[in-house]
Design a protein around this ligand. Sequence first.
Ligand code: NDP
Ligand code: 2IT
Length: 442
Amino acid sequence: MSYIQEVRNAVAARNAGQPEFMQAVDEVLTTITPIVESSDVYKANAILERITEPDRQIMFRVPWTDDNGNIRVNRGYRVQFNNAIGPYKGGLRLHPSVNLSIIKFLGFEQIFKNSLTGLPIGGGKGGSDFDPKGKSEREIREFCQSFMTELARHIGADVDVPAGDIGVGGREIGYMFGQYKRLKNVYEGVLTGKGLPYGGSLARTEATGYGLVYIIQNMLESIGNGFKGKTVTISGSGNVAIYAAQKATELGGKVVTMSDSNGWVYDKNGIDLQVVKDIKEVKRGRIKEYADQVSGAEYHSDGKVWQVKCDIALPCATQNELDISDAKTLIKNGVTAVGEGANMPSTTDAINAFQAAHVLFMPAKAANAGGVAVSALEMSQNSQRLSWSFEEVDSKLKGIMRDIFNKTASAAKLYATPADYVAGANIAGFLKVAQAMIAQGV
Ligand code: NDP
Ligand code: 2IT
């Protein structure tokens, strides 16, 4: 049995009942085979065994009281996966589906994504099975404070720097930052995605969506193409989806769909983002309201946005939201490019189908790295006690996404198949972390 197969089996045995984590591990192990088999150094240093086992996995009780005075308990997580190239860095997710498997898949992917950014950040992730939907401001605040009361002892500006993810935006980061400061009496860049008056970076809100569109533009330009005149379908209507839609529209694309967990909207005239922002960022409402406000727009509570004919598909909601039958529909309808704004939104079968059909496919680790890259720029600004202009951060983001595209494309060409960006991103991300781990000893 090959070294990779042995490690794979051992990881599966040790992590039974963690399908999302195994899905992420399998994808990486399969695609880095040419590197691992090219030298004994990886086996001799047990790099695969070490990179698949988190440095530590923290699970804790988060008690809070609801507006009726009942005491409620959720489970909090922080998985500190790998700090070979920098402090642990990765978001916090608040969603009822959160469990150890999901946090570990996200933390594992973050190692390679953060490496690809070229910035000094390790991989981590956290969150809770708390459901923010329908909670009052006071309940959100109390939950965030209670969550941070435990998390504070495990993090720090040079140790582990959390940020937002599903269910965590500026409001939640603000409450968590306030609680950290109260407990530690230290003013430091311990979280990113902060508000602008207290150390946040301009362009962090836009960064993941903008970065996604920048790298897809780079990928399309490599075949003499671009967003101009293209029909774009987007899933989700949160932070990533909204700013991907904004930049895709600015570059001349027509975004015709957005969704949330209840349903999706189709607007043949192109989504009016002001309406979406008002529903989602101001009123915290449902995407259904878009069709009530915009004439000609359709709302569907069944099916998915992937049934709409498009040139470019950008899944920006959640893991495994695009499966093999969605991929087949997209291919049949002539999709030319897919970019993953969400983490692991495409199932393994769907990725294989896109690649077999020669659809340009940019995986999450490369495609959505703009968010964490600007988080690392926020850390730099905090350390320097300076803040950069929007234009400065945005232009750095563009450069970083271009660099990620070049690294991913050249690793694919050198070690795998040209335009196999899944292999390219995994290999390029892995090599830097593995070299750092080897240099630092066991
Ligand atoms: P938000 O909470 O802002 O938005 C999430 C969106 O996805 C909402 O429209 C939500 O709908 C939908 N969604 C979430 N879970 C599900 C589900 N189980 N089924 C259907 N729809 C769902 O999160 P973000 O935009 O920040 O994150 C979206 C994705 O992007 C995630 O995969 C995240 O990990 C990834 N990502 C985020 C980054 C960031 O900087 N924020 C950086 C890199 C990746 P509803 O409101 O109904 O739940
Ligand atoms: O998945 C991700 O990269 C994020 N949610 C952003 C992490 C960060 O630290 O900004």
